[in-house]
Design a protein around this ligand. Structure first.
Ligand SMILES: [Fe+2]
Ligand SMILES: [Fe+2]
Length: 228
């Protein structure tokens, strides 16, 4: 990845004592999110409602801009604990997420929806948990968003396929770019957890953040915020 940052170039593997456990959490959350996303597209196949499709993208769009805010706060609050190359990598992720917010926002506008400027109902719990994790520990938010981004990969290929199937070329093109960026983000999160977790207390915080987020993403990553 970029400058080797997302590779395990320092040989530290602090997550080893909990790696099997968190890998299994990631696998189960990703599979469940994928199953629910597939069900959404089956439903869309029966009823191609642009408003419903716009609503599908609204919580996704919010998560992009909330990552921008959180990455900025992570760097401001904890950045001096990390090596400079990792601060640079987090800043690059921040820039990617800002581009994702803009791009997914354009999809929503083209479908006639409104780009979120505050957490939509389905993202409130997700957002609160991330900010709480950021507050608790320097690795808390990184662990929580690593789980969230890993689980979200269960929907990305399906979005690209649907974009092609339903002749939504902007959707396919934008999400192809997002898939590439997410590989970097997910790798970076794991590298940072392996590099900076130090001892049982840190691992307990990482485990807490990942298990809590695994439970939240299963419901929040497939929710629709339809206007009543
Ligand atoms: Fe993103
Ligand atoms: Fe991301």
């Amino acid at each position: 990845m970029i400058g080797g940052v997302a590779e395990r170039d320092d040989g530290r593997r602090a997550l080893d004592p909990i790696r099997d456990e968190i890998d299994e959490l990631c696998r189960a959350a990703t599979a469940e999110v994928r199953r629910r996303a597939d069900a959404f597209w089956e439903d869309y196949d029966r009823d191609r409602d642009a408003a419903k499709l716009a609503a599908w993208f609204v919580p996704r769009c919010w998560r992009e801009i909330d990552y921008v805010f959180m990455l900025g706060e992570e760097i401001r609050r904890y950045g001096m604990r990390f090596e400079r190359k990792h601060v640079t990598a987090l800043a690059r992720q921040l820039h990617d997420e800002a581009e994702h917010y803009d791009a997914v926002g354009r999809i929503i506008e083209r479908l006639g929806g409104e780009v979120p400027t505050e957490p939509p109902p389905s993202a409130v719990r997700w957002s609160a948990f991330l900010w709480e994790s950021l507050e608790r520990h320097p690795l808390g938010a990184i662990a929580a968003w690593n789980m969230s981004e890993t689980a979200a990969t269960g929907t990305l290929e399906g979005i690209v396929d649907a974009g092609r199937r339903y002749e939504l070329p902007d959707v396919a093109r934008i999400y192809e770019g997002i898939i590439k960026d997410e590989k970097f983000h997910v790798g970076l999160g794991r590298v940072m957890l392996d590099r900076y977790a130090d001892g049982g207390d840190d691992l307990a915080e990482v485990r807490r953040a990942m298990a809590g987020m695994a439970e939240i993403v299963v419901s929040s990553h497939v929710a629709l915020d339809l206007p009543l």
